[in-house]
Ligand binder design. Structure first.
Ligand code: M6R
Length: 613
C-alpha cells in the first residue's frame, strides 16, 4: 500500500528518495512527502497527488542533505491532503516519521497525548508515533533508540517505520511489526525500503528486517535489536531481481509488458517442473509423499485475483485427486468457524505475500496445527517466511496494479501441483499424467496465439467500451475465468462488470439483458461436457438481444452464428483453457481502459498489495 524509502550516506538524499518512490509508484498512492536532515534541522516537504507534484515543490523549495526518508501514502485514516501526507513530526518538528500499516489504538493514544498538551496537525493514526517518542524522551528515555522502543511497546497494530531525529545527524532508524521493511546495504551508504524495487538499482545486498526488530543505520554500518533491546546478528542476502525486471521494456505500460511476458513465464515453470514424462518435479516444495498420501482435506485461502486462481485450483485438484477441496476468501475465512483440523492442508495463494487477510488466515491455520503451503511470487515475503512449504510462481516483479502474469502463473502452479498430488497419492495413473503434461505444454503457444490477435481484440474493445456495464459468463473451469475477466475490466477501465456462472443466468441476471449489454461468453470447446450447456445459455442471451462477444475455439461454426463478435483461441484441453482465455480477457480490459483514458498501471483507489485489513 504505502511506500517507504530512506537513505543515509554521502550522496544527495532527495534524488535517491524520489527515485525510490518512483519505483514504488505501482503500489498506488494519493500523496507523497520527504524529510531530510539539512543544516541542523529536519526539512519536510509534502503534497497530495502524484510524485510529480512533490517534485515540483522540491524544485521550487529545494532541500539538501544526505540523510532522509520518503513516503507515498494510500489513505486509510484521513483524506489525501498535504497535512495528512507523511512524514509526520512531533510538536517541535525534531522527530520525523514515515509509516506503513495501521495503528489500531491511535484514538486512545492521541487522546492521552492531547491531554498532556501535544498538538496534532493531521487526522492520521501515524502522527501518534512521533508524539509518543517525544513524550518518552521528555519522560527521561536515555536515547532515541530507547524512546522508540518504549513508544512502540504501547502501540497496537502493524507498522513499518522510518524515523529521523534532528539531534541524530548520523543515524536513520527503522522498525517493523506486521508490515514489511528491508535494509539495503551499500558501500558507505545504506537504505531502507518497503519493497525491493525501490532500491534495486542502488544496492545488491539486503537484510529482511524481521517482525519486532529495530534497526539503527549509519553510513558505515547497521545495528539491529529486538524491541526488548536484545541484539540481533544481521543476515545479509544477495538480491536476485535484475533492475531491468522493473522497466517497461519498450511497452506503453507495465501491464501490457506483463501480459506479453506470460508465455515465457509459463514455459519457464514447465521447464522447471514438467520435464519428466509422467511426473512433476517439486524438489524444494517441502511436503513429502507420506504427508500428501495421508491428507484428505485442503482449504485454499486468498483474495482478489488469487482467490479466482484458488477457485480454479479447487476444480482441478478435485478432478485429479480424491481430496475434498474448499476455496474461501481470506477476509471471510478469518471470521468464520471452518472446522479445520491439523489434517487439513491450508494453501495461501498470494502474488505479494503481504496481503493482510491472507497472512491472518495463514496464522489462524498455523495456530490450529495445520501445515500451510504458499503459492507466492515474492521470495522473502511474510507469507513465504511463515509457511511450511512454498511453490514459487517465479513471474518476476508484477508492477501493474491489475494482476496478469502472476495470475496465470498461479493457475499453472495449481495445474502442476494437481499432477504432483495425484501421482504422490497414487490416484493419477502414469498415462493420464502424461496426457495432462503434454496438454499443458501447449499453453504457452496458445497464449502467443491470443497475443498475436491483440489488434483484433483492440478493435472489439473500441467498439464495446463505452457502455455502463458488461456481463461475463462461464461455466466450470471458465467460471473463475469469467470472474477474473470482470475484475480486470472494472479495475482498470472503471466500467461496471459482473462475472457469473452461466448456469445461474436464469436465476436473476438474465433480467439485465437488453440490446445494449455486452455479454462476454467463455465458450471454448474440446471435449467439454459443459460446452452444450454454455451454447444454451448463449441462446438465452441471443433471444433477449444481448450483444454476445464469445471467446471460442478456432473453427467453431456454431458460435459464428450466435455471436456478434468472436475472440478466437486455439484448442486446449478444457482444464487448461482458462490460461489462454483469461489472456484474451486481460487484453479486452486493457484496450477498453485505453479507450476510456484511465490510468492503467495505477488505477484510482487501488494499491498493489493490500497490507491492511
Ligand atoms: O498480492 P495478492 O495476490 O495477495 O493480492 C490479492 C489481491 O489484492 C489482488 O489479486 C488484487 O485483486 C489485484 N488488484 C487483482 O488484479
Amino acid at each position: 500500500m504505502c511506500g517507504i524509502v530512506g537513505y543515509i550516506g554521502s550522496r544527495p538524499a532527495v534524488a535517491l528518495l524520489v527515485n525510490g518512490l518512483k519505483r514504488l509508484e505501482y503500489r498506488g498512492y494519493d500523496s507523497a512527502g520527504v524529510a531530510v536532515w539539512e543544516d541542523g534541522r529536519l526539512a519536510v516537504r509534502k503534497s497530495p497527488g502524484r510524485l510529480a507534484v512533490l517534485e515540483q515543490q522540491l524544485t521550487a523549495r529545494p532541500v539538501t542533505g544526505s540523510l532522509g526518508v520518503g513516503h507515498t501514502r494510500w489513505a486509510t485514516h484521513g483524506e489525501p491532503t498535504e497535512l495528512n501526507a507523511h512524514p509526520h513530526t512531533d510538536c517541535t518538528g525534531r522527530i520525523a516519521v514515515v509509516h506503513n500499516g495501521i495503528i489500531e489504538n491511535y484514538r486512545e493514544l492521541r487522546a492521552e497525548l492531547e491531554q498532556q498538551g501535544h498538538a496534532f496537525r493531521s487526522q492520521t493514526d501515524t502522527e501518534v508515533i512521533p508524539h509518543l517518542i517525544e513524550a518518552e524522551l521528555a519522560a527521561g528515555a536515555p536515547s532515541p533508540e530507547e524512546a522508540i522502543r518504549r513508544a512502540l511497546r504501547r502501540v497496537q497494530g502493524a507498522f513499518a517505520l522510518g524515523l529521523l531525529f534532528q539531534e541524530q545527524p548520523q543515524t536513520l532508524y527503522a522498525a517493523r511489526r506486521g508490515s514489511p521493511l528491508i535494509i539495503g546495504v551499500g558501500q558507505g551508504e545504506n537504505f531502507i525500503a518497503s519493497d525491493v524495487p525501490a532500491i534495486l538499482d542502488q544496492v545488491r545486498r539486503v537484510i529482511y528486517l524481521q517482525d519486532g526488530e529495530l534497526c539503527a543505520l549509519r553510513a558505515d554500518g547497521v545495528s539491529i535489536f529486538r524491541l526488548d533491546g536484545t541484539p540481533v546478528v544481521p543476515v545479509i542476502q544477495e538480491m536476485t531481481l535484475a533492475a531491468k525486471a522493473v522497466d517497461k521494456a519498450g511497452f506503453e505500460t507495465f501491464m501490457l509488458k506483463e501480459i506479453h511476458e506470460q508465455p515465457r513465464i509459463l514455459r519457464h515453470l514447465l521447464l522447471q517442473h514438467a520435464w519428466q514424462e509422467d511426473t512433476v518435479a517439486m524438489p524444494g516444495l517441502g511436503l513429502g509423499a507420506p504427508y500428501l498420501r495421508k491428507l484428505n482435506r485442503v482449504m485454499i485461502v486468498a483474495c482478489g485475483s488469487a482467490f479466482h486462481a484458488g477457485m480454479y485450483g479447487k476444480l482441478l485438484w478435485e478432478q485429479l485427486t480424491s481430496l475434498a477441496v474448499e476455496t474461501d476468501l481470506a477476509s471471510e475465512f478469518r471470521y468464520r468457524d471452518p472446522k479445520i483440523d491439523p489434517g487439513t492442508l491450508v494453501v495461501a495463494v498470494t502474488q505479494s505475500g503481504e496481503t493482510a487477510d491472507t497472512l491472518a488466515a495463514l496464522r489462524m491455520a498455523k495456530s490450529w496445527g495445520c501445515k500451510v503451503l504458499a503459492i507466492c511470487n515474492v521470495p522473502g515475503s511474510s507469507v513465504v517466511r511463515e509457511s511450511d512449504a512454498v511453490f514459487f510462481t517465479e513471474a518476476g516483479p508484477e508492477i501493474g496494479v491489475a494482476s496478469t502474469k502472476a495470475f496465470t502463473a498461479q493457475l499453472m502452479a495449481f495445474a502442476l501441483l494437481a499432477i504432483h498430488l495425484g501421482r504422490a497419492r497414487g490416484e493419477l495413473g502414469a498415462a493420464e499424467a502424461r496426457a495432462s503434461l503434454q496438454a499443458m505444454q501447449a499453453v504457452p503457444d496458445a497464449i502467443h496465439y491470443v497475443l498475436d490477435r491483440a489488434e483484433a481484440i483492440r478493435r472489439l474493445a473500441d467498439k464495446h467500451h463505452d457502455g455502463p456495464s458488461s456481463l461475463y459468463l462461464g461455466r466450470r473451469f471458465n467460471y473463475p475465468t469469467a470472474l477474473e475477466g470482470a475484475l480486470k475490466n472494472k479495475e482498470i477501465s472503471y466500467q461496471h462488470a459482473e462475472g457469473y456462472a452461466a448456469g445461474e443466468m436464469k436465476h436473476g441476471p438474465i433480467a439485465l439483458i437488453n440490446e445494449y449489454l455486452p455479454v462476454i461468453c467463455l465458450c471454448t470447446r474440446t471435449r467439454d461436457e459443459v460446452y452444450a450447456k454454455m451454447i444454451s445459455n448463449i441462446k438465452e442471451v441471443e433471444a433477449r438481444h444481448g450483444r454476445i462477444i464469445a471467446v471460442a475455439t478456432d473453427g467453431d461454426e456454431e458460435i459464428v452464428r450466435l455471436a456478434e463478435d468472436v475472440i478466437w483461441v486455439p484448442p486446449l484441453r478444457d482444464e487448461f483453457s482458462p490460461l489462454a482465455n483469461v489472456v484474451a480477457l486481460q487484453l479486452l480490459a486493457y484496450y477498453s481502459a485505453r479507450a476510456r483514458g484511465t490510468d492503467i498501471d495505477q488505477p484510482r483507489n487501488l494499491a498493489k498489495s493490500v497490507t491492511v485489513e
